[in-house]
Design a protein around this ligand. Sequence first.
Ligand code: 8X3
Length: 247
Amino acid sequence: MKTAFITGASSGIGRATAVALAGAGFQLVITGRRRERLDALAQQLAPTPVHMLTFDVRDRAAVEAAVAELPDTFAHVDVLINNAGNAHGLASIQEGDPADWDAMMDGNVKGLLYVSRAVLPRMGEGGFIVNLGSIAGHEAYANGNVYCASKAAVSMLTRTMRIDLLPKGIRVAEVAPGMVETEFSEVRFKGDEERAANVYKGVQALQAADIADIIQFMVTRPPHVQLAEVIVFPAAQAAASTVKRAG
Ligand code: 8X3
């Protein structure tokens, strides 16, 4: 049985990807900060073998310790989904909160690096890494500044990792979604549910399962196929800031 290691599996795209890959016959290492949510997901995924690791990707020592503890049956990783990450705040560069900047750079960029560095020794020929980027890494939009920069870093890291890992036969890809309806906006707007709901108002946004479906497709191609980059919008979105709303 192949093993997929998914960060940020307690919600959103990470959680949906766990469900999809379990359905595709993978056993899973699911990681996140919220143990209760991982427990609930593991129960839902039964009888798929699941190993849970609770850590914050921003904590390098915790990442290394958790990965070092993987039991023998999960010791070899075939697929790594670097999904953990978030937006914190949506403010101009002159008014943004440096604590939000730290959270985004530490989680979206450094967290991805820490996890990849810890997991890579467990991967080999035929492996696949999928990094969750964003349209924000490909297009600038007002007040996106540090979030856009963090996702641009994910995009460039994906391309450079692909070069570095070529000799090892490990494929690397980026999935860059536009508008996906998850807890993303609630986190970005720090629990302001009305502001979060407005993001998706009058639009049939993508759902987490739509992205999971694409990831599943990518990682189940034959070993000689490397789908390198996917940008995905809902039908009602044409660019980061260009959305057709009903009503
Ligand atoms: C999420 C998409 O456009 O809100 O990464 O940045 S966007």
